[in-house]
Design a protein around this ligand. Structure first.
Ligand SMILES: Cc1cc2nc3c(=O)[nH]c(=O)nc-3n(C[C@H](O)[C@H](O)[C@H](O)COP(=O)(O)O)c2cc1C
Length: 201
């Protein structure tokens, strides 16, 4: 499938990969269903992320609207996010193993690597015409209880996934957020040669 420019595009002067241009985070999703084949591609892409000692610490719980997994994820979200997230046909909860499977030692980079896998997931989704939106403020205790997640796993984030819907489907206060322009820090604010000394690139 050809990659179209995202609805909320990256500035044209940023010459980056088409799929990165295409990704953005909608709050409103259409009711168009997501195929099992596309979901499998999205998680296959997540699984091909790099990780410390190839531990692959990420785990993803995936629910579809109407099933018990979806309800258990929704139950752990704050109301602000529930309002828009319920438009998504798929909800995902990410968790990360925080000890190495080989020796039980702590893996301080587990969250880092699960973030990398999640980025792969979002980019593969965008390449398929789908989009994702991350969701913080997950009630950790509730999510752990709802899924009986073992203690050596940290609960990371929830994700909404589906085809973008359009702002008019949202309650008024969310519509302006959905239409707002996307902004980013300039490179000088996060690429340094010494602490807070901008790299001359
Ligand atoms: C881990 C994570 C958690 C997020 N949590 C929320 C959230 O709780 N509620 C929300 O509306 N958006 C949330 N977002 C979406 C961000 O606000 C969004 O990614 C950011 O504004 C940049 O916009 P863009 O993804 O379209 O580039 C989250 C994104 C990530 C990656």
């Amino acid at each position: 499938m050809a990659i179209d420019e995202g609805v909320k595009p990256v500035p044209v002067e940023d010459e980056i990969l088409a799929v990165i241009r295409q990704r953005w985070s909608p709050m409103s999703f259409s009711d168009q269903p997501v195929s099992d084949a596309d979901l499998a591609k999205v998680f296959t892409a997540a699984g091909w992320a790099a990780s410390c000692y190839n531990e692959q610490p990420w785990r993803f719980l995936v629910g579809r609207q109407g099933d018990a997994t979806y309800e258990k994820i929704m139950d752990a979200l704050v109301e602000f996010n529930q309002v828009w997230a319920k438009t998504a046909p798929v909800l995902i909860l990410s968790a990360s193993k925080m000890v190495f499977s080989t020796n039980g030692y702590p893996n301080p980079l587990g969250l880092h690597d699960t973030g990398g896998a999640s980025a792969n997931m979002s980019l593969q989704a965008a390449a398929l015409g789908l989009q994702t939106r991350g969701i913080s403020d997950v009630d950790q205790a509730r999510a752990r209880r709802n899924f009986a997640i073992p203690d050596e796993f940290a609960i990371c984030a929830a994700w909404a996934l589906g085809y973008p819907g359009g702002p008019d489907a949202l309650p008024m206060i969310y519509r302006e957020m959905e239409k707002a322009a996307r902004t980013r820090k300039p490179l000088r604010e996060f690429v340094f040669t010494a602490w807070e000394r901008a790299a001359e690139i």
